[in-house]
Design a protein around this ligand. Structure first.
Ligand code: SF4
Ligand code: FE
Length: 483
């Protein structure tokens, strides 16, 4: 059944997470001021699912049970489901202006579903049946699942089994009658500490020397032997100052963590790949494809907030009538909607896999993500241009609130009459937050490297682009008959 937002928070409190932040074990991650805004973002995925106004985007009908489930727990049953996913992500980006983290699990279940089905067909294994059992529970409990792919990777020129330290990629340490023991780590894990379960996948196509590294499984996020080291985000300690203007986005954020597996036991029922290296590439490719589509939703929603903030900054300082400012806002909208168009296009062109769920058009999803590695930077550049230097040189909330100098801040940082200095500061801090504060992790660097760095998409574009067919078209039009 669907969890309410409050039930989600309660369920997280019950988990026994082992999280280190700045070298110390965190007692209650849910209440930690640096972590909490990221929990609020995931919470929004539960809250909106309860709202009749958003029911169509936020929920779907389970193909397993026919019951209503949160769309984040759903396997896409049509290209319409794929389109709704992108629309849901844009909505959540607009509501949080941050990474709401839950998409990685949705993208992972959709990739693992079709790959395990194809493995069973070819190998006679029963991975798909095991996976379905997990999926059923995920839907019933309305879990947030962290799809964990990226390993630390060590020396990039060496394959997993050639690394000096075998733990640089997650691997099977031991096979037992009742399950497997795994060790290693996953890096940059989005939303890990806000998740109930983790779904681990290999990070690259493996060769036959790497059989022990071709492993996929699920585990409770607080399983014995798993611990986390929380990542730093620029300006995150501003959250410890107690005010609310300087953080830019008081309520919402995202997080990333290093997830370490120290001899973790995984019962066979939770193992979805165990040495079948020839399928690791397909799993990586499909997960990455789904997550590249995702960015055509979430980053667009955050872009909507950033464009709105830039327009307000211009309203507040009286620059809104200048034709170049108007034109810059148009350019920002053009770039943002181009990303959205790519997200919708790869969804609308989706097709059915052998297991029955739907996958995006891989070429268009990769084009989508390639644009995401560029356009948010240009949108951020234009936002900073419109905002002006005050965005980074402005005094703090404490100065504004000071009985001694507050009046001075009020007086000298006022823009047009009728808008308070405080509101002007709020909007500039929000732009700062997205372009170079904590949310820049999601809006900029994650746009670059999340779901694979730009070169990974170019490889896929080369592979999927069908250049030979294009040559044939040109030859035919030009009247070239022989070689
Ligand atoms: Fe979802 Fe976007 Fe965050 Fe990925 S970056 S988890 S797609 S919100
Ligand atoms: Fe991501």
């Amino acid at each position: 059944a669907l969890k309410t937002a409050a039930q989600y928070e309660e369920s997280l409190r019950k988990l026994n997470f082992k999280v280190y932040l700045q070298g110390e074990l965190v007692e209650k991650p849910v209440d930690h001021p640096i972590i909490r805004p990221s929990m609020n973002s995931v919470k929004m995925t539960y809250e909106l699912a309860q709202d009749p106004q958003y029911e169509e985007l936020m929920t779907a009908t389970s193909h397993l049970t026919g019951k209503k489930v949160n769309r984040f727990c759903h396997l896409h049953q049509s290209s319409d489901d794929l389109v709704k996913k992108v629309k849901m992500q844009r909505l959540l980006g607009q509501k949080t202006a941050a990474c709401f983290q839950r998409c990685v699990g949705m993208d992972a279940i959709n990739a693992v579903d079709s790959v395990t089905f194809e493995m069973d067909q070819k190998l006679g294994s029963n991975y798909h049946e095991r996976f379905n059992k997990f999926l059923l529970q995920m839907q019933e409990e309305d879990w947030t699942v962290d799809g964990a792919m990226t390993d630390p990777k060590g020396d990039r020129s060496l394959s997993p089994s050639k690394q000096v330290d075998p733990d640089l990629f997650v691997h099977i340490v031991e096979k037992r009658a009742d399950g497997i023991i795994v060790s290693g780590a996953k890096a940059h894990q989005t939303g890990a500490i806000n998740s109930h379960w983790i779904l681990v996948m290999p990070t690259i196509a493996m060769g036959k020397d790497d059989v022990d590294y071709a492993v996929s499984f699920c585990a409770p996020a607080d399983a014995q032997g798993i611990f986390y080291i929380y990542g730093r985000q620029s300006c995150d300690t501003r959250k410890l100052e107690g005010g609310d203007i300087d953080v830019g986005n008081k309520q919402f954020g995202g997080h990333e963590a290093l997830m370490v597996f120290d001899h973790v036991f995984i019962p066979w029922d939770n193992v979805f790949m165990c040495g079948e290296f020839e399928f690791s590439g397909a799993l990586v490719e499909r997960f990455a494809g789904y997550h590249r589509q995702s960015y055509g939703g979430c980053k667009v929603g955050v872009g909507d907030v950033l464009i709105g903030a830039a327009a307000l900054a211009a309203d507040y300082n009286g620059a809104n009538k200048a034709s170049h400012v108007k034109d810059k806002l148009i350019e920002m909208m053009h770039l943002n909607e181009t990303l959205y168009a790519c997200g919708i296009a790869c969804s609308a062109e989706g097709h059915k896999t052998a297991s029955g769920n739907y996958i995006i058009d891989l070429l268009l999803a990769n084009v989508c993500k390639q644009n995401v590695t560029r356009f948010p930077y240009e949108i951020a550049r234009l936002a900073e241009d419109i905002a002006g230097g005050l965005m980074v040189t402005m005094p703090s909330e404490k100065d504004l609130r000071s009985p001694e100098i507050g009046k001075v801040v009020e007086k000298y940082f006022r823009g047009v009459a009728g808008v308070s200095t405080e509101n002007r500061m709020r909007i500039l801090r929000l732009i700062e937050n997205i372009t170079l504060g904590t949310a820049a992790v999601g809006y900029r660097t994650e746009s670059m490297h999340g779901a694979g760095s730009p070169q990974a998409q170019r490889i896929m574009i080369a592979r999927q682009g069908n250049l030979e067919q294009k040559k044939e078209l040109a030859k035919s039009i030009a009247g070239i008959v022989q070689k």
